[in-house]
Design a binder for this molecule. Structure first.
Ligand SMILES: CC(C)(COP(=O)(O)OP(=O)(O)OC[C@H]1O[C@@H](n2cnc3c(N)ncnc32)[C@H](O)[C@@H]1OP(=O)(O)O)[C@@H](O)C(=O)NCCC(=O)NCCS
Length: 312
């Protein structure tokens, strides 16, 4: 028999520890962490009130986890089951059902549910909860080395020196972007503490001594196959359309190849025509598509006003 336990992050250390353990085990087994960076950092962090967690179990132990974490102006939910379960998809649907239910009883709000290559069952569940498809994110990949190399100069990011200039360029370039826009010093420094962070793989291009753009890469050396990700790339809007986006992408790919990795990947919004076109012309193709379903979920009528929640 399968049960789903619900916890509110920080208040339930045992549930948090279980979720951390399952995420780590799945990452070790598959070579890829089953939740996004934002949720992973929230799971490990200490900001109150912490994520909502739903954990499915049977007699063998935990089977999967759903997590709801606050973002800039909304909440994000992701769910996964252990690989190899014959009823993995049912486990995920149960987890989502429970997590949404608890989200509403904690006060509701705007929720984004992210799903990889969703099917009809995901569509039905989303619709039943008033969530509509709103965003699609492509994972694009290509083999390395690239036949072209960058012909602009780039240098490594300097931690503590480039932070402010980088935040300004990033936030200008991603002004209309939910997660990548509006970064603060805290968001940036939390990435420096990640084990994968490598300033040499964070390439910066300057024009007349001013940061004009950057390409920040992230290696997944333990993934199967090992991959190098273009993690964040942007050109200051003042310098758009001069070929820097293409050159910075090539600089990032050069940096990944030089570290011995033969496959590149990246995530891009399906409606970001400038970026999708750029990657397409550089030989990337779509590997999978993540979709976000979203809606404003009302609190249950008996939710106490003090429980209602604003995202952090
Ligand atoms: C995507 C981005 C990096 C492109 O930078 P850029 O310096 O303006 O791009 P480039 O001048 O090198 O142009 C690269 C190609 O994209 C095309 N392109 C550029 N802007 C475009 C636009 N708005 N619409 C359609 N195509 C566009 C160019 O014609 C060029 O095509 P080519 O390779 O056939 O010559 C830049 O628009 C940006 O920083 N956007 C905001 C951040 C972002 O979306 N990052 C990517 C997230 S995955």
């Amino acid at each position: 028999m399968r049960v789903v336990e619900i916890a509110r992050g920080r208040a339930d250390a045992a549930a948090t520890a279980t979720a951390l353990r399952v995420v780590t085990e799945v990452a070790e087994a598959t070579g890829a962490r089953p939740i996004s960076d934002h949720l992973w950092l929230d799971l490990q962090g200490d900001d109150e009130p912490g994520p909502i967690l739903a954990i499915a179990r049977d007699v063998t132990g935990p089977l999967g986890v759903a997590q709801v974490s606050s973002g800039n102006d909304a909440w994000s939910m992701e769910a996964f089951a252990r690989p190899g379960l014959t009823d993995a998809h049912d486990v995920v649907l149960d987890l989502v059902e429970s997590a949404v239910d608890r989200f509403r009883s904690f006060g509701g709000g705007r929720l984004f549910w992210w799903v990889d290559d969703p099917d009809d069952a995901d569509d039905r569940l989303a619709t039943a909860h008033g969530l509509q498809p709103v965003r699609a994110l492509h994972e694009m990949r290509r083999a390395l080395p690239h036949e072209q190399t960058a012909d602009i100069e780039t240098r490594p990011f300097r931690v503590g020196v480039d932070d402010e200039a980088w935040l300004a360029v990033n936030n200008r370039a991603f002004a209309n972007h939910g997660e990548q826009g509006g970064w603060t010093t805290d968001t940036l420094t939390s990435r420096f503490a990640e084990p994968w962070f490598d300033p040499d793989g964070f390439r910066v291009h300057e024009v007349d001594g001013r940061m004009a753009g950057f390409c920040w890469t992230k290696l997944h050396a333990d993934a199967d196959p090992p991959m190098g990700e273009i993690y964040v790339i942007a050109v200051d809007p003042e310098f758009h359309g001069r070929g820097l986006g293409k050159q910075l992408t090539l600089a990032g790919l050069d940096s990944i190849s030089e570290r011995g990795i033969g496959l590149a990947n990246l995530y891009v919004d399906a409606d970001n025509e400038a970026a999708v076109g750029l990657y397409d012309r550089l030989g990337f193709s779509i590997h999978r598509t993540r979709r976000a379903y979203s809606g404003d979920l009302a609190p249950y009528p008996d939710t106490a006003p003090e429980q209602s929640q604003e995202p952090a």
